[in-house]
Design a protein around this ligand. Structure first.
Ligand SMILES: *Cc1c(COP(=O)(O)O)cnc(C)c1O
Length: 716
């Protein structure tokens, strides 16, 4: 067997180094810190928060940084705390058992390599921006839980995605923070000689060098490519500086690194995937590297690119997440080849043949070039991410399948799901453990099991909901004071945030990327009706969060309008915008809100996943029937707004806003405030149970990964 240099040995060294700094009884903390499995193992996060909650938060919930900076006396105190050591032992044994299970091959030829431009594994590893990354992170975690032979491959953005600051007018400003690699739970992969393993990918007129980092996500390895090397020019180093850069040149270079560099990195580490799963079109150039490898093995005349892709079609699967043509990035032929030409020539690929495979109409000479058509053409299957999105994608890509009717376009769907142990609040997990039985999390997709939620008493379920809401209110209060001070607001206004929200009031959340199609403005469509809903003894309160892309001025304007309407309305402590939405904020919001709002302009929401996270926590969805909700809603498990489309968008906004206010006034509020003699909203709880029973099994990542295994990876 050839020896693999895939970072295993390098991780062991890093763990040993950290362990040497710890008192002997705490040594297990070293390897635990270097595997994000701690973050979803029961009792894992508490291993760090009980040592020093405040410092752990200051360390960005990154255990390596936390331990490296912890004062000696705290370590010594903890090392003699027997109760703590028992808990440490329990978590360590649990993780060890999990990691020791044998893996199952998904495809006979080798592991599945999951390629994606972003991964949201944990808030301390900021190489994600939103839903696509969360899906990729949840997929890796679920694969680990199911002991599947999967590796992840992405890019290591040193400055990650943007951090958000709003000014007093509500205008978004961005800043970036550079990662300190020495204190993250990642290691540089080294080769047999102990030198950093590197891959080269020609871009522009030069050769981009990249090193490889390894992150352990449970049993699954995630490899991240990084161009911050001294042999690279400043421009080349910038390639992995930030996620979703505005410049087309940088993006093309990133996608070359991800696709071509990704295959080369796996080769160099001795990993030979049976299947490349391309999550979104960004990594599609991987198909060219594989085609070039095939060509190199053939004798005789080199086949055309199309034939080479055909030979390898079984090795690729493509998941598209984009519901509108405009969402698919395209490039002019000039910029495409300016960045990628050198690589493409070196692989012996004909530029014209490639260009035509990246166009919807291969015979066009004007159409811009895109990765989605290439990804569809090189893959054995293409799928959308919800039933409705599958239909939309079939319509959208029909021109690629000339002669086929819409319904016969070979694009299927696998509806997204979320990783339950990551997104369910600890108190909810504990409550469910009491009725769902031993090891229930391994059977999250078993619909029969979820019928047992009916056995939870009203009082217990309501208590759990109130605890989650109270925790959210506490978080909002502490953050809003700081957010306001940082914006330069009046100190009195800032401090009044300590009384913001009422922990017993109906709490509604809207948090997602601030893209205009998400229609945050719908909430503020009729300010009088909104004020009526909020400003009432039995009132409501709204928490809002989300980032706009730095170049999306339209979305920034929507946020700014919201600030100004809110100021005029004078309900500043009842409608609150939380800055810098990320996984941590998301966790608190999806658990603490009673109602989760989603108001996309249909059919623009391919799936959406935050509503699934909310449902897992007993929060109820009120959403437009688009994306996952158009299949998840059953009449009893939340509320729905018509998902049909009108030609006039203004008319549609008017209709949908009216539907939203009507539901809030006539159904949501009365139901929330209808209480029995114990103060419990019995009908509301019935709806929560209906939501858990119907949604938890269907929209867990366990069901999603099963679907990928059965419908996409294994061909019948
Ligand atoms: C879940 C999540 C998303 C995706 O939410 P949508 O419902 O798909 O908009 C985006 N960002 C973060 C931080 C998340 O946790």
């Amino acid at each position: 067997m050839t020896k693999r240099f895939d970072g295993t040995r390098d991780l062991r060294r890093a763990v040993d180094r950290l362990a040497r700094r710890l008192p002997e009884p705490l040594e297990d903390l070293a390897w635990i810190s270097y595997n994000y499995l701690w973050s979803w193992t029961p009792g894992g996060p508490e291993l760090f928060t009980t040592i020093d909650d405040h410092r752990f938060r200051l360390a960005g919930e990154n255990p390596v940084r936390f331990l490296l900076n912890l004062p000696e006396r705290d370590l010594l105190r903890t090392a003699t705390d027997h109760h703590y050591l028992e808990r440490l032992d329990t978590v360590a044994r649990r993780m060890e058992t999990d990691l020791a299970r044998p893996s199952t091959r998904v495809t006979p030829a080798g592991p599945v390599a999951f390629l994606c431009a972003e991964f949201a594994v944990h808030s301390s590893l900021p190489v994600y921006s939103g839903g696509l990354g969360v899906l990729a992170g949840d997929y890796l975690k679920e694969s680990s839980d199911q002991a599947l032979d999967v590796v992840g491959l992405g890019l290591f953005y040193r400055r990650g995605y943007l951090h958000q600051r709003m000014d007093r007018s509500g205008w978004q400003h961005e800043y970036w923070v550079e990662a300190n690699t020495g204190q993250l739970p990642i290691v540089r992969v080294r080769d047999a000689e102990g030198q950093p393993l590197k891959v080269k990918v020609p871009v522009w007129d030069s050769e981009l060098s990249a090193q490889v980092w390894r992150v352990n996500v449970g049993r699954t390895a995630l490899f991240l490519l990084d161009t911050e090397l001294k042999e690279n020019t400043p421009l080349e180093r910038w390639v992995t500086a930030r996620l979703y850069e505005g410049s087309h040149d940088i993006r093309l270079a990133q996608y070359a690194l991800l696709g071509i560099g990704g295959v080369r990195a796996l080769d160099a580490m001795g990993i030979s995937p049976g299947l490349f799963h391309m999550n979104e079109g960004h990594p599609a150039l991987a198909s060219l590297e594989i085609a070039a490898q095939t060509a190199a093995q053939l004798t005789g005349e080199r086949p055309a690119l199309e034939q080479l892709l055909e030979i390898n079609r079984d090795r690729f699967a493509f998941t598209t997440h984009t519901p509108v043509p405009a969402g698919n990035e395209t490039y002019s032929s000039e910029e495409f080849f300016r960045v990628l030409g050198h690589s493409i020539d070196e692989m012996g690929i004909d530029r014209e043949q490639l260009a035509s495979l990246t166009r919807i109409d291969p015979s066009s000479r004007e159409e811009p070039l895109g990765f989605s058509p290439l990804a569809i053409r090189c893959s054995r299957t293409t799928n959308g991410v919800s039933r409705r999105h599958g239909e939309v994608a079939r319509g959208m890509w029909q021109p690629l399948f000339a002669g086929r009717a819409g319904a016969d376009v070979p694009i299927s769907y696998v509806t997204n799901g979320v990783h339950l142990p990551t997104w369910m609040a600890p108190n909810m997990r504990e409550l469910l453990s009491q009725v769902l039985g031993h090891d229930w999390e391994r059977h999250a997709h078993d619909a029969n099991m979820w019928h047992h939620v009916d056995e939870i008493s009203d009082v217990d379920l309501w208590d759990a909901r109130c605890t989650m809401r109270r925790r959210l209110v506490e978080m909002i209060r502490s953050r809003i004071v700081v957010d306001r001070l940082a914006r330069g607001e009046d100190v009195n206004l800032a401090v009044s945030g300590l009384d913001a929200f009422d922990p017993t009031n109906l709490t509604l959340g809207f948090a997602r990327r601030l893209a205009t199609y998400k229609r945050l403005d719908l909430l503020f469509h009729n300010v009088d009706r909104l004020r009526d809903i909020i400003d009432h003894e039995q009132g409501a309160q709204f928490v809002i969060a989300g980032k706009a892309h730095p170049l999306d001025n339209e979305a920034k304007t929507v946020a700014q309008n919201m600030f100004s309407v809110n100021r005029d309305m004078g309900l500043l402590n009842r409608v609150i915008f939380l800055e810098d939405y990320d996984m941590r904020v998301a966790s608190a919001l999806v658990a603490g809100c009673d109602v989760w709002l989603n108001l996309p302009r249909p059919p623009m929401e391919a799936s959406g996943t935050s509503g699934m996270k909310a449902a897992m926590n007993g929060s109820l969805n009120l959403s437009v029937l688009d994306g996952w909700w158009s299949e998840g809603y059953n009449g009893q498990n939340g509320w729905a707004i018509d998902g049909s489309t009108l030609d006039d968008p203004r008319e549609q906004d008017e209709r949908d806003a009216r539907a939203l206010y009507d539901l809030l006034e006539n159904e949501v509020k009365p139901m929330f405030f209808a209480r029995d003699s114990n103060g419990v909203p019995v009908v509301w709880l019935t709806r929560i149970r209906a939501s858990l029973r119907s949604l938890a099994p269907m929209y867990s990542s366990a069901r999603m990964v099963d679907d990928y295994n059965e419908r996409i990876y294994r061909r019948h």
